[in-house]
Design a protein around this ligand. Structure first.
Ligand SMILES: [Cu+2]
Length: 476
């Protein structure tokens, strides 16, 4: 009896905590009383000498070197606007260039991408983080770490080489939970110089929840219709800009998962009738051939309004709710790359994920993971408690080594995020080859806003920027 009431009060406490987390996540965010006045994210939680004693290089000085790469220029203006949804409703949205998602930026692998961000009227300041893109520290778009927030009337120009082809996206990293939630998001597609796969059509689709209320597929409330002819090979890039995991089903065709987080998979098998779990911030590209008659439909198991259909004719039979879950740990064909669970690592870190904490701490109270250029780093994520956590690392691609102690047996998986459900243990590896100050956080942005965010800091890298209420740089 005592045990039982203890369990019940534990459950009530949990419920209360998660309600609070949900309530605080979107509107007020981490800043409500939790941000210190001022903090230096290059030095918090470390001894001065570990960080090079201040005679190191500043993140602000780590920029893209000049080159003769072809230049692609864009301007994105952030503004508070009203937009009319396709159901006729007029809603407030914070937009890049007047729409949410903002414009799809398409560039070629190797291009020098130059984007000027202007802030028209977002009082709390904005930024652009290029999610998943490996770029120089000063271009990462994290207010208080890599730049100051861009205030109304001001602008900031980002410049980087799009080195890795793939499916990416961009969003404000100033109070991300609120700002991405209100619409400051968009797609970035880096087309490869040489295609790994063959397809006739290339579509990219953003799954989004606007203002915690409107479920949008490329800005459409009632799902999206895309054109395709019988026999067309279609590459569909699915970007989950929502906080929640979307279990996406593909009905009407056999398919391949050809890319995760923008990185091609090796020898992807043809599969059918599977739910693909896509965590917040993650991208999955699927490839399929349109049937002779009828449509292909792709939709979320739990949010059926997140859906799209391709082609014409009859609708395919829906996936069974109990259909198989896609498992990337056994999918595709192995390929040696020398990165193995038993190789020698220079540093190994353990991150235990709780309801809204990492190793029992939150945000700037979590000691940063210190790395040094040239080292190989292993991180072991252990999800002990709470809902799914899609853990995202800035500035690097990592390789997934093991899940629950078992090495991956299929294609190597390189990614910028790893989705953990409660009880999951993953080991990942990366080479410290991009000196800087990099965030590592949960991409359920409500969780990040409540403290599930930390730093991976290179020894000797400093920053002139400060996080906190004094500067107004609030990078949750
Ligand atoms: Cu989380």
């Amino acid at each position: 009896m005592i045990k039982q009431s203890k369990t019940i009060s534990m459950l009530l406490l949990l419920l209360l905590m998660s309600l609070l987390a949900t309530a605080c996540g979107f509107h007020s965010g981490y800043q409500s009383g939790k941000y210190p006045e001022e903090i230096n994210m290059a030095e918090h939680g470390t001894h001065h000498h570990e960080n090079g004693g201040g005679d190191g290089v500043s993140c602000a000085d780590i920029t893209e070197a000049p080159s003769d790469a072809p230049v692609k220029r864009f301007t994105l203006t952030a503004a508070k606007t009203t937009i009319t949804l396709n159901n006729g409703k007029t809603v407030e949205a914070w937009t890049y260039n007047g729409s949410t998602p903002g414009p799809e930026l398409r560039v070629k692998e190797g291009d020098r991408v130059i984007v000027t961000l202007a802030n028209k009227n977002v009082e709390k300041g904005v930024s652009i983080h290029w999610h998943g893109v490996v770029l120089p520290c000063s271009q990462d778009g994290v207010p208080g770490v890599t730049q100051d927030a861009v205030w109304p009337g001001k602008s900031f120009t980002y410049e980087f080489i799009a080195r890795h082809p793939g499916t990416y996206w961009y969003h404000s990293h100033q109070q991300s939970s609120e700002q991405a939630g209100r619409g400051l998001i968009g797609r970035l597609i880096v087309e490869p110089k040489k295609e790994t796969f063959r397809y006739d059509r290339d579509y990219a689709v953003t799954l989004q929840k606007l203002n915690d209320k409107h479920t949008l597929t490329n800005g459409q409330v009632d799902g999206l219709k895309l054109d395709a002819k019988p026999g067309d090979a279609v590459r569909l890039r699915i970007i989950n800009a929502d906080n929640e995991v979307q279990w996406m089903g593909v009905a009407g065709a056999d398919f391949q998962v050809i890319s995760i987080d923008g990185q091609d998979l090796n020898g992807p098998d043809v599969i059918r009738q599977q739910w693909i779990p896509i965590g917040g911030g993650q991208r999955y590209d699927v490839l399929f051939t349109m049937p002779k008659n009828g449509q292909v439909q792709i939709y979320s198991k739990e949010q059926p309004k997140l859906n799209l259909s391709l082609g014409h004719g009859s609708a395919p039979e829906r996936l069974n709710k109990n259909a198989k879950e896609f498992d990337f740990t056994t999918y595709g064909t192995p390929k040696e790359d020398g990165i193995t669970p038993d190789m020698k690592f220079d540093r190994t870190y353990q991150l235990t994920l709780g309801l809204l904490d990492i190793n029992g701490k939150q945000f700037h109270d979590i000691p940063p993971l210190i790395v040094k250029e040239g080292e190989w780093i292993k991180i072991r994520f252990d999800h002990k408690f709470g809902g799914p956590h899609p853990m995202h690392l800035h500035g690097h691609l990592f390789k997934v080594l093991t899940k629950n102690g078992k090495p991956l047996s299929g294609s190597p998986i390189y990614a910028d995020s790893i989705l953990l459900f409660r009880g999951d243990v993953y080991e990942i590896a990366f080479e410290a080859n991009n000196p800087g100050l990099w965030m590592e956080h949960c991409h359920n942005l409500g969780h990040a806003a409540n403290g599930m965010s930390m730093m991976v800091n290179y020894e000797g890298v400093t920053t002139p920027y400060r996080v906190g209420t004094k500067s107004g740089n609030l990078p949750d």
